[in-house]
Design a protein around this ligand. Structure first.
Ligand SMILES: *Cc1c(COP(=O)(O)O)cnc(C)c1O
Length: 397
């Protein structure tokens, strides 16, 4: 999957453009920068790819989520529905906003189940943040319908699903805003980076302002002359990181093509394995194919398969036991182990996360394994993997 597999001369060239001028910041220094605006160019390219009117690059995917929350007007005391299977950054961003994460069940898409949203809806619900996990889509059309019906903000966490589409439209583009991550293990990497996309001019204004201390960017060459319409913070990307990402983003089509091919070969070979079923994809053609996720009939068989596969050098993340991606192991959240008291603790509506149960998500996660799809596999590597996978399954009964 990851962009780090194809880091090369194009990335070095973009970075050396920046190093040749010494202008490492995206704003200002116009005379010295020799027309290099890597962050700006990245944003234009991302907008072209995703078909969104605006995009804003930030210092990380988490920063992008925090920026998007603020720009969409999600704040103190608001409840935000997010899935129980995601990366911790999703609920971190909600908490940073002073808002309250409320966990919804997932379904066999491995993403938020639209049929279970009503169960966790309250008069304080402000937004729904579906997370398009492991390269592919939630039932985003149904989630969008629910949000429209209930007057809720739809903000997509598409951090893991750059390039994935649903019925031809890029994930991240269905709601008021969508976020991507370009960290070191994502489809495209900046080293560290993230972005917000939106079609709403005001949300975009708020994004570039919020991520740069509230600067309105209207002061011309003198940043000191900028106004500050809103309070903000510093979630700026550096030009060096943007430069790496720009070269990577231009390789996205090729990345997707290789991922999709490699995944299809593995999936075809695995379809006949006993007891196996695959993650449900609402639009298989839009899958970015970073992972092949599959289910076995029971937890016991899944654990056994995980062990056998690992022994045959096919490590498959078992998210159910993973510290970072599933609700079960988020003890720091359950205990609200904060470095200092958080704003949400004063809102009076914070659930006791220790008592939250998610039986449907548990049932799915217990039976799910994922296999990361790499770009660097040769045909021979694929053949060997298939043989190793088949061998692993002969011992499962
Ligand atoms: C990676 C990721 C993020 C956060 O991205 P960073 O760039 O690492 O801050 C947010 N949500 C999901 C689902 C992710 O996988």
């Amino acid at each position: 999957m990851p962009g780090f597999e194809i880091f090369g001369d194009k990335e070095r060239k973009e970075v050396s453009d920046v190093l040749s001028t010494g202008v490492l910041m995206r704003y200002g220094f116009d005379a010295a920068r020799n027309s290099h605006y890597k962050a700006l160019e990245f944003e234009k390219t991302l907008g072209d790819i995703t078909g969104s009117a605006f995009s804003h690059l930030c210092s990380s995917g988490t920063a992008a989520l925090c920026t998007a929350m603020a720009a969409c007007g999600i704040g103190a005391g608001d409840e935000v529905i997010i899935p129980a299977f995601t990366f911790v950054a999703t609920f971190e961003a909600v908490l940073q906003a002073g808002a309250i994460p409320v966990f919804g069940e997932i379904d066999e898409t491995l993403c938020l189940n639209p049929d279970r949203l009503e169960d966790v809806l309250t008069p304080r619900t402000r937004a729904v943040v579906p997370v398009h996990m492991c390269g592919a889509m939630a039932r985003i059309d149904e989630i969008k319908d629910f949000c429209t019906q209930k007057g809720l903000i739809l903000l997509e966490d598409a951090c893991q699903s750059l390039g994935a589409t649903f019925q031809g439209k890029h994930l991240g583009g269905f709601g008021l805003a969508g976020c991507f991550s370009f960290d070191a293990v994502k489809t495209v990497t900046c080293g560290e980076g993230g972005a917000v996309i939106t079609d709403d001019p005001q949300v975009y204004e708020r994004c570039h302002q919020y991520a740069d201390h509230g600067h309105d960017h209207l002061g011309g060459p003198d940043r000191g002359a900028d106004g500050h319409p809103i309070l903000g913070s510093n979630y700026r990307i550096s030009e060096l990181n943007a430069a790496v990402g720009l070269a990577q983003l231009r390789k996205l089509d090729r990345i997707l093509e290789i991922q999709r091919r490699n995944k299809q070969i593995l999936k075809d070979a695995m379809t006949s394995l006993p007891g196996i079923s695959f993650r449900y994809l609402p639009d298989p053609f839009g899958d970015s194919a970073t992972f092949l996720s599959f289910m076995l009939p029971t937890e016991e068989k899944t654990r056994q398969a995980c062990k056998e596969l690992a022994e045959n050098k096919i490590p498959c993340p078992y998210w159910y036991d993973n510290n970072w991606h599933y609700f079960k192991k988020w003890h720091h959240l359950k205990n609200m182990s904060c470095a200092a008291p958080m704003a949400v603790q004063l809102c009076g509506n914070l659930p006791d996360y220790k008592r939250v149960t998610l039986p449907e998500s548990d049932e799915i996660m217990k039976r799910t394994l994922s296999m990361q799809i790499m770009l660097s596999w040769s045909d021979q590597d694929l053949e060997q993997r298939i043989a190793a996978i088949k061998k692993s399954f002969t011992t499962i009964n």
